[in-house]
Design a protein around this ligand. Structure first.
Ligand SMILES: [Zn+2]
Length: 238
């Protein structure tokens, strides 16, 4: 969704008027659409990167600015003497302060930082998509990044290949992947995060609302499956 689009501007005004999307809070009364978008931030966080310009606005410890897609945030122990990426650049020079970088960061992180090119022209820092797609997020690129992530298990890998092999639009495949990994803001997951006051299904009030309940076991879900003529006996579902 483009930030300049009508929907982009509405979501920003409603849910993160004073920050960027990555820092947005879920809010106390989120719509279903906003809940879904908010819960998918993890995929974006895996691939988004700051493109270092002056470095003034990039927080060394909290932002995702390293060019390696799988290191995520800086993991070296925090030191209070530097806060912004610009603190790691020699004053009035366009070179990294390498002695300082080597003394603060692990060898792996220091190597990555020292190899980030600095521009000789004044540039704003920008957030770009670090995967394929010339800096712009595309669904296939998000899929590939997830597939290569180091904590991706063989089971997930197989399942993901099966989902990606389906002949349906990419957005349906991403939605399916979110369902099987429980990346869905159900009452149960919101209760675990202390956002909801209880984990009970708001439709039937009969059980905990987890992904399986929402899409298979709830009376409402079963009615939908019956209407679609995909009804399965409940004892099989459980
Ligand atoms: Zn229910």
């Amino acid at each position: 969704m483009s930030p300049a689009s009508m929907m982009g501007r509405i979501f920003k005004a409603e849910y993160f008027p004073h920050s960027g999307f990555l820092y947005a809070q879920l809010g106390s009364n989120p719509s279903l659409i906003w809940r879904s978008i908010w819960s998918a931030r993890r995929i974006l966080e895996l691939g988004l990167r700051w493109k270092v310009g002056s470095g003034v606005r990039i927080n060394i410890w909290n932002d995702f600015w390293l060019p390696d897609p799988y290191l995520e945030k800086i993991k070296s122990a925090r030191v209070s003497s530097v806060e912004r990426v610009s603190d790691l650049i020699m004053p009035n020079m366009i070179v990294w302060n390498e002695p300082s970088i080597d003394s603060i960061f692990s060898p792996e992180e220091a190597f990555l930082i020292r190899n980030i090119p600095l521009s000789s022209f004044p540039q704003e820092n920008r957030v770009v998509w670090g995967g394929e797609g010339l800096g712009i997020y595309i669904v296939r690129s998000g899929y590939r990044l997830l597939l290569q992530a180091p904590n991706f298990t063989i089971r997930e890998h197989t399942l993901f290949k099966q989902i990606w092999g389906l002949s349906c639009p990419p957005k349906i495949k991403i939605a399916l992947w979110k369902f099987v990994n429980a990346y869905v803001p159900t009452k149960s997951s919101l209760y675990d995060k202390r956002i909801a006051s209880d984990p009970i299904c708001p439709r039937c009030h009969l059980d905990v609302e987890n992904v399986n309940h929402v899409f298979r076991l709830c009376v409402f879900a079963r009615d939908v499956w019956v209407a679609l003529e995909y009804a399965t006996p409940v004892h099989v579902l459980k």
